[in-house]
Design a protein. Structure first.
Length: 156
Protein backbone atom coordinates (compact mmCIF):
# COMPACT_ATOMS: atom_id res chain seq x y z
CA UNK A 1 0.00 0.00 0.00
CA UNK A 2 1.23 3.47 -0.87
CA UNK A 3 1.82 6.25 1.66
CA UNK A 4 -1.48 7.68 2.99
CA UNK A 5 -1.62 11.32 4.03
CA UNK A 6 -4.41 12.54 6.32
CA UNK A 7 -5.53 16.18 6.17
CA UNK A 8 -8.32 18.27 7.68
CA UNK A 9 -9.62 20.55 4.95
CA UNK A 10 -9.93 24.31 5.53
CA UNK A 11 -11.08 27.29 3.49
CA UNK A 12 -8.03 27.09 1.21
CA UNK A 13 -8.99 23.53 0.19
CA UNK A 14 -12.10 24.08 -1.96
CA UNK A 15 -10.62 22.17 -4.91
CA UNK A 16 -9.85 19.15 -2.72
CA UNK A 17 -13.31 19.38 -1.16
CA UNK A 18 -14.92 19.34 -4.60
CA UNK A 19 -12.83 16.27 -5.46
CA UNK A 20 -14.15 14.61 -2.29
CA UNK A 21 -17.77 15.45 -3.13
CA UNK A 22 -17.25 13.98 -6.61
CA UNK A 23 -15.85 10.86 -4.93
CA UNK A 24 -18.98 10.67 -2.73
CA UNK A 25 -21.16 10.82 -5.86
CA UNK A 26 -19.15 8.05 -7.51
CA UNK A 27 -19.04 5.71 -4.50
CA UNK A 28 -22.67 6.32 -3.48
CA UNK A 29 -23.74 6.01 -7.13
CA UNK A 30 -25.79 9.19 -7.04
CA UNK A 31 -27.10 10.31 -10.39
CA UNK A 32 -27.34 14.09 -10.09
CA UNK A 33 -23.63 14.78 -9.47
CA UNK A 34 -24.39 18.24 -8.07
CA UNK A 35 -21.80 20.21 -6.14
CA UNK A 36 -22.42 23.56 -4.46
CA UNK A 37 -20.59 26.61 -5.79
CA UNK A 38 -17.12 27.52 -4.55
CA UNK A 39 -18.27 30.39 -2.31
CA UNK A 40 -20.74 28.12 -0.52
CA UNK A 41 -18.14 25.36 -0.11
CA UNK A 42 -15.61 27.86 1.26
CA UNK A 43 -18.23 29.10 3.74
CA UNK A 44 -18.90 25.50 4.81
CA UNK A 45 -15.18 24.78 5.25
CA UNK A 46 -14.94 27.97 7.35
CA UNK A 47 -17.69 26.75 9.69
CA UNK A 48 -15.95 25.52 12.88
CA UNK A 49 -18.75 22.97 13.40
CA UNK A 50 -17.98 21.29 10.06
CA UNK A 51 -15.28 18.62 10.08
CA UNK A 52 -13.82 17.34 6.81
CA UNK A 53 -10.88 14.92 6.85
CA UNK A 54 -9.43 13.34 3.73
CA UNK A 55 -7.02 10.54 2.93
CA UNK A 56 -4.58 11.42 0.15
CA UNK A 57 -2.55 8.99 -1.95
CA UNK A 58 -0.27 10.28 -4.72
CA UNK A 59 -1.78 13.81 -4.43
CA UNK A 60 -5.26 12.38 -5.07
CA UNK A 61 -8.23 12.17 -2.69
CA UNK A 62 -8.55 8.45 -1.88
CA UNK A 63 -11.35 8.91 0.67
CA UNK A 64 -12.84 11.21 3.20
CA UNK A 65 -15.17 11.74 6.10
CA UNK A 66 -17.42 14.70 6.90
CA UNK A 67 -19.09 15.37 10.23
CA UNK A 68 -20.86 18.12 12.14
CA UNK A 69 -20.18 19.10 15.73
CA UNK A 70 -23.25 19.67 17.87
CA UNK A 71 -22.77 21.34 21.27
CA UNK A 72 -24.67 19.63 24.07
CA UNK A 73 -26.82 21.36 26.64
CA UNK A 74 -26.59 18.37 29.02
CA UNK A 75 -22.96 19.05 29.83
CA UNK A 76 -19.85 20.91 28.77
CA UNK A 77 -19.14 18.78 25.73
CA UNK A 78 -20.28 18.23 22.17
CA UNK A 79 -21.35 15.29 20.06
CA UNK A 80 -20.80 14.86 16.34
CA UNK A 81 -22.84 13.47 13.49
CA UNK A 82 -20.81 11.59 10.88
CA UNK A 83 -22.49 12.74 7.68
CA UNK A 84 -20.55 10.90 4.96
CA UNK A 85 -17.59 8.57 4.68
CA UNK A 86 -16.38 6.99 1.46
CA UNK A 87 -13.27 5.46 0.00
CA UNK A 88 -12.47 5.41 -3.72
CA UNK A 89 -13.31 2.01 -5.19
CA UNK A 90 -9.65 1.40 -6.09
CA UNK A 91 -8.56 1.81 -2.44
CA UNK A 92 -11.42 0.07 -0.62
CA UNK A 93 -10.61 -2.75 1.80
CA UNK A 94 -7.14 -1.41 2.50
CA UNK A 95 -7.82 0.08 5.96
CA UNK A 96 -8.37 3.67 4.82
CA UNK A 97 -11.89 3.75 6.29
CA UNK A 98 -10.43 2.68 9.64
CA UNK A 99 -7.74 5.35 9.39
CA UNK A 100 -10.36 8.02 8.67
CA UNK A 101 -12.53 6.90 11.59
CA UNK A 102 -9.49 6.93 13.90
CA UNK A 103 -8.63 10.42 12.64
CA UNK A 104 -12.18 11.56 13.40
CA UNK A 105 -11.97 9.95 16.86
CA UNK A 106 -8.71 11.79 17.53
CA UNK A 107 -10.18 15.08 16.36
CA UNK A 108 -13.21 14.54 18.59
CA UNK A 109 -11.05 13.70 21.62
CA UNK A 110 -8.94 16.82 21.10
CA UNK A 111 -12.05 19.05 20.82
CA UNK A 112 -14.12 17.76 23.76
CA UNK A 113 -16.52 15.86 21.52
CA UNK A 114 -17.77 13.03 23.69
CA UNK A 115 -19.25 10.77 21.01
CA UNK A 116 -20.05 10.65 17.34
CA UNK A 117 -22.80 8.75 15.62
CA UNK A 118 -23.67 7.71 12.09
CA UNK A 119 -26.71 6.33 10.31
CA UNK A 120 -26.52 3.30 8.05
CA UNK A 121 -29.40 1.90 6.06
CA UNK A 122 -30.09 -1.70 7.09
CA UNK A 123 -30.02 -2.60 3.40
CA UNK A 124 -26.45 -1.28 3.04
CA UNK A 125 -24.86 -4.50 4.27
CA UNK A 126 -21.29 -3.32 3.56
CA UNK A 127 -21.71 -0.17 5.65
CA UNK A 128 -23.35 -2.06 8.52
CA UNK A 129 -20.53 -4.64 8.51
CA UNK A 130 -17.94 -1.83 8.45
CA UNK A 131 -19.43 -0.05 11.46
CA UNK A 132 -19.73 -3.33 13.40
CA UNK A 133 -16.10 -4.19 12.54
CA UNK A 134 -14.92 -0.77 13.76
CA UNK A 135 -16.64 -1.35 17.12
CA UNK A 136 -19.57 1.01 16.61
CA UNK A 137 -22.52 0.30 18.91
CA UNK A 138 -25.63 -0.36 16.83
CA UNK A 139 -28.97 1.03 17.98
CA UNK A 140 -32.37 0.36 16.45
CA UNK A 141 -33.91 3.71 15.54
CA UNK A 142 -36.45 5.04 13.10
CA UNK A 143 -35.27 7.97 11.06
CA UNK A 144 -37.75 10.65 9.94
CA UNK A 145 -37.16 13.24 7.22
CA UNK A 146 -39.02 16.51 6.83
CA UNK A 147 -38.58 17.90 3.33
CA UNK A 148 -39.09 21.66 3.31
CA UNK A 149 -39.49 24.26 0.62
CA UNK A 150 -36.47 26.57 0.77
CA UNK A 151 -37.20 30.22 -0.08
CA UNK A 152 -35.23 31.47 -3.08
CA UNK A 153 -33.46 34.08 -0.96
CA UNK A 154 -32.05 31.33 1.30
CA UNK A 155 -30.60 29.39 -1.64
CA UNK A 156 -27.84 31.95 -2.25
Amino acid sequence: MKQIGIKRLNTSCVTEFKELVQLFHLVFETTDGKIADDAYLEKLLNNPAFICIVAIIDDKIAGGVTAYEMPSYYGNYSEAYLYDIAISNEYQRNGIGNILLESLKSYCSEHNIKTFFVEASAEDVSAVKFYHATKGNAEKVIHFNYHLQVPLAAKK
